[in-house]
Unconditional design. Structure first.
Length: 168
């Protein structure tokens, strides 16, 4: 097959959510807020937009407390999780009913330049000040200007694929 050939797709009417389950994603926890207003969310939608200048992108549900905290405080931190940090991913995904600041319990957190919290022991933490927010449908794409990067010990990353955690 050459690059100019077109392969016809067979339309099956599979919902987008089901199709996206085939896409393995790195699991990160996005933190935002200050004091008792701290909250966060588990995402597979964090990535770099550019390295010059250094900008990150996260997709956040508009009904999420994390969206409200990012809008109010204009900061967020992307914490790239290690394969052994499933419990943290579950807490920030809301499993067990934990909300807000309760999600931070049981782990050590460090405040970075913007005031957002970085997980001690994460593969990496990228602290960002909000540069722009693009609201569409049920989510916002939040662009963050990188203020600080902390890199942890190398190791396998936590990934999410077909509704289950795995490792790289």
């Amino acid at each position: 097959m050459t690059l100019t050939e077109r392969v016809p797709l067979i339309e099956t009417r599979v919902p987008l959510k089901a199709a996206m389950r085939h896409l393995a994603g790195a699991v990160s926890v996005v933190t935002a807020g200050i004091g008792d207003g701290r909250t966060g969310a588990t995402v597979t939608t964090a990535h770099s937009l550019s390295v010059e200048p250094e900008v990150m992108v996260v997709s956040i549900n508009l009904n999420s407390s994390t969206w409200a905290a990012i809008r109010r405080h204009r900061h967020f931190c992307v914490n790239v999780l290690r394969a052994d940090q499933v419990a943290i991913a579950d807490r920030f995904a809301g499993r067990g009913g934990l909300k807000g600041v309760e999600r931070y319990e049981g782990a050590r957190w460090l405040s970075l330049a913007t005031g957002a919290l970085a997980l001690d022991g994460a593969l990496a933490a990228v602290d960002c000040a909000v540069e722009d927010m693009i609201v569409r449908h049920s989510h916002a794409l939040v662009l963050g200007s990188v203020r600080h990067v902390a890199s942890g010990e190398p190791g396998p990353a936590l990934i999410y694929h077909h509704g289950a955690y795995g490792s790289s």
